[in-house]
Design a protein around this ligand. Structure first.
Ligand code: SF4
Length: 430
């Protein structure tokens, strides 16, 4: 397929695909999914080899959020039967983080529900970061605390935070359909604050919220422009008690196409397979390792993931290896740019924007989750394959199922609310 050859070449050059090419990836037929995975896999291996970075979530504060993100079990008015607790003590969070590190995690992601932290919250999280680093000097710490106020990003960096996560989640055009209590622009600003403070930015998306193919391409192109170092790709976990509980619209093949599109648009960025992989990719999870170079180990914030030992077995069986702390995750050019930003030189550590004709200014890439959460609904209207093919000159491909079309039915049996780990007396799943 000429389209895939073009995209591999561009990915190896860090060149931005056209929107039509990105749409054409999403419109490829299920019969072609292995070809799509193989092509995007070449780009993944060129920048990240066969390494898989493991990340471990610690939910510092669960539930009772005043914001109304429709996908989130912790939202205002949520009837989801999740664990609810206030801030963990630094030593409790450090113990939880230690379990993840023992399980192979290289990065610990400290997440708290809420619109954003108070300065007192930032101090509390700073002490938590310090406690974690005392126990595990080499571990990377990412904070995910919501919208930041002036000075908070600098304080977190000073305390040792290596990264900050704040997801764009969906396209600017549909953001208001998902959340009304804060704006898309608020999110962009927070990611930029993190970058300006020298933290590695993590910003991603949630697929399966009813969005169109155009919405998915919009948000991924916006992420490239924002230029985060890591991009979590979440697949909506439709949790009972939330407005999006009925949204079961993803197939394993569509998840793979979405991941491939993200890889082609953000070739040299840490693409993280995030919430929802188990319930939507199911037995095709190992194929996603050819696209993403990073996953979460164990459980999510409020739902249970696959057992950590099964994650490790999957990685080994698929011929990949867990990335060690002695290896730098990012390609040299990105790692160098981040180091420069930390030295106060004003750059925030992204790829050079080498997009094709006239698109250089909109190139660049980004991670996962609202005020916070890494799990993620909206309105149908997929682009037709014919339209995309015609626009790119690529081979015509059969029409894919509309993005908003429901699949075989809800699989509520696959969603388990987290009842172990932090906030409980039971050991974590790491
Ligand atoms: S994603 Fe974050 S900000 Fe939004 S409702 Fe959930 S906890 Fe609150």
């Amino acid at each position: 397929m000429e389209l895939l050859k073009t995209l591999v070449d561009k990915g190896l050059r860090r060149e931005l695909p056209t929107r039509e090419e990105a749409l054409a990836v999403l419109a490829t037929a299920d019969d072609d999914v292995l070809d799509v995975v193989a092509a995007a896999g070449k780009v993944r291996r060129a920048w990240f080899g066969r390494r898989v970075k493991l990340n471990y979530l610690v939910n510092l504060k669960s539930g009772l959020c005043p914001e109304d993100c429709s996908y989130c079990s912790q939202r205002l008015g949520s009837r989801a039967d999740i664990l609810k607790y206030t801030w963990l003590k630094p030593e409790e969070a450090a113990a939880a983080a230690g379990a993840g590190v023992s399980g192979g995690a290289k990065r610990v992601c400290l997440v708290a529900s809420g619109r954003g932290p108070t300065d007192r919250d930032v101090e509390r999280v700073s002490r938590t970061i310090e406690a974690i680093k005392e126990q595990n000097e080499d571990v990377e710490v990412c904070a995910c605390l919501g919208l930041l106020s002036d000075g908070q990003a600098a304080r977190l960096r000073e305390a040792g935070a290596d990264a900050y996560n704040h997801n764009l989640n969906t396209s600017k055009a549909t953001y208001g359909d998902i959340t009304t209590t804060h704006t898309y622009a608020d999110r962009v600003t927070t990611v930029q604050q993190a970058q300006a403070a020298g933290m590695s930015a993590c910003s991603g998306l949630i697929a399966g919220m009813g969005e169109t193919d155009q919405d998915l391409v919009d948000v991924v192109f916006s992420l490239r422009e924002l230029d985060p170092d890591s991009v979590p790709v979440n697949f909506l976990i439709p949790i009972e008690g939330t407005p999006l509980a009925e949204k079961w619209q993803l197939t394993p093949q569509r998840c793979l196409r979405i991941l491939a599109m993200v890889r082609f648009v953000c070739p040299d960025v840490e693409v993280r397979l995030a919430g929802g992989r188990e319930i939507h990719l199911r037995s095709l999870q190992p194929l996603a390792l050819h696209l993403a170079n990073s996953i979460f180990l164990g459980d999510y914030l409020t739902t249970e993931g696959q057992a950590g030992k099964d994650d490790l077995a999957m990685i080994a069986d698929a011929g990949f290896e867990v990335e060690g702390t002695d290896t730098t995750t990012l390609p040299t050019h990105r790692a160098d740019a981040l180091a420069t930003a930390r030295a106060g030189c004003g750059s925030h550590g992204g790829a050079e924007h080498v997009g094709s004709e006239g698109e250089a200014a909109s190139a660049g890439c980004g991670s996962a989750g609202g005020g916070c959460a890494p799990c993620g609904d909206a309105a149908p209207a997929a682009g037709t394959a014919e339209g995309a093919g015609a626009a790119t000159g690529a081979e015509p491909v059969p029409a894919a199922a509309p993005a908003g079309a429901p699949t075989a039915g809800a699989r509520t049996d696959l969603v388990a609310v987290r009842r172990r780990g932090v906030g409980t007396d039971l050991p974590p799943n790491a």
